[in-house]
Structures are given as structure tokens and as C-alpha cells.
Design a binder for this molecule. Structure first.
Ligand code: APR
Length: 392
């Protein structure tokens, strides 16, 4: 088998890159180690920025997000017993869309299957070779056959635990920060308790209330670093959520829990995001804490930047954009890492016996939600930048 671009991983980064390259008539093969049903069933992020909606729309996979996505114009911040609203649409003219990551995955897979470009699920023993030379390749087993995929370039879209970043680890520098708490992430059959997303910064910890559809809610609760899922029966989850929104009128009527997991919060950046003929995109290169909902949008941003660079290379033989992919992508990555980290520091409970950090948090929240320029600055960071290259 031979292709121009071999893509490892069929998450948002890999599928988006594949879709963009296919539209540009650049041959590509996606190799994924999991099954289609597993990839389509993984529920994760769900807040989609205008830039991501635009890239999806321009690449022909935006019809469902426009009909089924929930358009949001404001956030609610609940702290010190009261709620204050931040209307980011009024401040920026932009909205965000709530639409589950797995729905984007389904849309991208459906579009992919209409093309002639291969998408291979259930690949076993995936390995990459000669990424520093002129003849890179990918080897794996598929349907019990050993395959070698020769290519011009390999893109590692294989997530944080993939094989591509370790392949060039000696040439990279890593920056990381682990937060001293986890999130209990819950997906439940429950109508949203509020029209808007609610961030509650309570003395006992953060509660984040969001939604996936008119009948499914997504809730995140700050927990200790060693939280054990078995110690979180439904009643404890609903009681904690209720207590962390005390002062609000809602009575939490917890529905059936569809899924729950413990999420470790971390910031991580690998520099550079390329070496030789291997490029990294999405979680393979960076992780942001979910506090500002940027991870999925960053994965799509990387894919877009890289696709434009491949387009230029194959159209005019110019390598300049490919060589500067990492520098361009990292500007957005660090901006989002900074904002996500700042949000994490603003909203969580930190063990601080003197209460000093808590007072600083309150003062900062007052400033953001007050009449000055901080609200607008926050709103612009929340809705995100326009895509690096608008047109595909
Ligand atoms: N070979 C092939 N595929 C692999 C391998 C491998 N050795 N290792 C991992 N994969 C696949 C995984 O099964 C997964 O489907 O790579 C894919 C990586 O997808 P994601 O983890 O979703 O990463 P990415 O596409 O970068 O998307 C980032 O996902 O984790 C969320 O919040 C994050 O929203 C962000 C987004």
C-alpha cells in the first residue's frame, strides 16, 4: 500500500485531517487501533467554538451540528451564594455550540466512508518507521494480514497514550503540570437544570453543569486526587451537585447515570510538534485541563493548519508552511493552555488553610463579571480565535 499522508488515529484530529486532505485530493490512509463502535461511543468534550463549527461546515460535515447543536450565548458563574451571568455573545458577537465530540466523530466517519480513502479500524501492532529518512512507512496487522503502508509523511493523531510522540521523544522538550485534584465526569439522563452552562466555584470545590441534548446532562465535580469511582454512587453525586449550587433555585432530580469516570487534570505540551517526516496533532502533542473546553477545538485547529501546509506542499512543492507547522500551531496551543490553566486556578478549591487563595479567586471573579474590560477579554478567550486559515 502507498499513500501520501499516513494518519495514525481516528479521533477528532485524525478524522478532521483526513477529511480536509480528501477534499484537497491528497491521498491519505487512517489507521486506528480501536473498533468503529468504540471510537463512535466515547463521550468526551462537547463545547464547539465558532472556528471549529466553521471548519466542519466548510469541509462538508456541518449539517447535523447546525440542526442538532445547542447554540449558547452566555455562561453563569455561581459563587459566594449568588449567580452572575456573562453574556459572551453581547460582548463578542459570537456564540458557542454544544454538540458531543462523538457526534462529530460519527459525522466525520460517515463522510469518510463515502470517499475512496481508506479508514482502517482494529489495526494491531501499529508501528512507524524511518520518520527521519526519505521513505517513512507504517506497519500493522489488519484482518490478520501484515501490512506495510509506504508514505511521504506520517501524522501522529494517536492521542496522549499513542506511539508517535514516544518515537521522537529524544528530540522533543516536554512541559507539564498536574493539578492536585480530579474531576468526576458524569453523563446522565436528566433535562438541563439551566439554559446556560453553570460554573460553580464553591468553598468545597468546583461543580460544572453542562448538557448534551434536551434530555441528557453532563456534570463535572471536583474530587480529591485519589478519588475512587466505586465510592461515588448516584445519591452521593446528586447530593454534592445540589450542595455546590446552594443559593440557586434548582432542585436536582438526578436521572439514570449513563456513564461516569474520573478525569485527571493536566497541562502538557510537547515542543516541537514535528521532527523529520513525522508530525503530531491533537492530544498526541498537547493536553489542556478541561476547564475551558479547548481540547477538541485545538485538535481541529492543528488538523486545519497541517492540512493547509500539505496543500501548499503538494500544489507548489513549497515546504515553508510544513516546516513552520509547529511554530504556528504552538501559538494557539500555548494561548489555550494559558487560558485553561487560569480557569483551573480561578474556579477550583485549593487546600489553603488561610483562605488567601479563595479571596483572590473571589476578587478575580468580581473583576471578570464587573463592568470593566475584563469581561470582554474573558469572552474573547472563551469563544476563541477565528481559524488560522479560513478557507479550505
Ligand atoms: N495506533 C492507531 N491508533 C491509535 C494508537 C495506535 N498505536 N494509539 C491510539 N490510537 C487512537 C485511539 O484509539 C484514538 O481513537 O488514536 C485516537 C486518538 O484520539 P483522541 O484521544 O480523541 O485524540 P485527538 O484526536 O487528538 O482528539 C483530542 O479528544 O481527548 C479528547 O479532550 C480531548 O477533545 C480532545 C480530543
Amino acid at each position: 500500500m502507498r499513500t501520501k499522508v499516513a494518519i495514525i488515529g481516528a479521533g477528532p484530529a485524525g478524522l478532521m485531517l483526513g477529511q480536509l486532505l480528501s477534499l484537497m485530493n491528497i491521498s491519505n490512509v487512517i489507521v486506528e487501533s480501536r473498533s468503529r463502535s468504540y471510537v463512535e461511543g466515547r463521550s468526551r468534550a462537547g463545547q464547539i467554538t465558532p472556528a471549529t463549527v466553521r471548519i466542519l461546515t466548510e469541509s462538508g460535515v456541518g449539517s447535523r451540528i447546525h440542526t442538532e447543536g445547542m447554540v449558547h450565548s452566555a455562561l453563569q458563574f455561581h459563587y459566594d451564594g449568588a449567580t452572575r451571568e456573562l453574556d459572551f455573545q453581547a460582548l463578542t458577537g459570537n456564540t458557542v455550540t454544544i454538540y458531543g465530540q462523538q457526534e462529530i466523530i460519527k459525522d466525520l466517519i460517515a463522510a469518510r466512508l463515502k470517499t475512496d480513502h481508506p479508514l482502517l479500524f482494529d489495526a494491531v501492532d501499529v508501528q512507524i518507521h524511518d520518520t527521519n529518512g526519505s521513505a517513512p512507512s507504517v506497519s500493522f496487522r489488519h484482518d490478520n494480514n501484515h501490512q506495510t503502508l509506504e508514505c511521504d509523511f506520517i501524522v501522529g493523531c494517536d492521542g496522549f497514550h499513542g506511539i508517535c510522540r514516544p518515537h521522537i521523544a529524544d528530540d522533543l522538550t516536554f512541559f507539564s503540570h498536574t493539578y492536585p485534584f480530579t474531576w468526576l465526569a458524569v453523563l446522565a439522563e436528566m433535562s438541563p437544570i439551566s439554559r446556560d452552562v453553570i460554573f460553580s466555584s464553591h468553598d468545597t470545590g468546583l461543580a460544572l453543569f453542562t448538557m448534551r441534548s434536551p434530555s441528557v446532562s453532563r456534570i463535572y465535580l471536583q474530587c480529591s486526587p485519589d478519588a475512587d469511582l466505586n465510592e461515588w454512587p448516584a445519591s452521593r453525586i446528586w447530593d454534592l451537585l445540589q450542595s455546590r449550587i446552594e443559593g440557586r433555585p434548582e432542585k436536582v432530580n438526578g436521572g439514570a447515570i449513563i456513564e461516569k469516570s474520573i478525569v485527571q487534570l493536566r497541562s502538557f505540551v510537547a515542543e516541537k510538534m514535528q521532527k523529520g517526516r513525522l508530525f503530531l496533532a491533537g492530544d498526541a502533542a498537547h493536553i489542556v485541563p478541561p476547564s475551558a473546553a479547548k481540547g477538541l477545538n485545538l485538535a481541529v485547529s492543528d488538523a486545519n493548519i497541517l492540512a493547509q501546509a500539505f496543500k501548499r506542499f503538494y500544489a507548489s512543492d513549497k515546504e515553508d508552511l510544513l516546516l513552520s507547522y509547529s511554530d504556528i500551531a504552538l501559538k494557539q496551543v500555548w494561548k489555550d493552555v494559558q487560558f485553561s490553566h487560569w480557569m483551573a486556578m480561578l474556579l477550583h478549591r485549593f487546600d489553603d488553610n488561610s483562605g488567601f487563595h479563595r479571596r483572590l479567586q473571589m476578587s478575580e471573579l468580581d473583576r471578570i463579571l464587573g463592568p470593566g474590560p475584563a469581561a470582554r477579554n474573558f469572552a474573547e478567550l472563551w469563544v476563541g480565535d477565528p481559524p488560522y486559515v479560513a478557507s479550505i
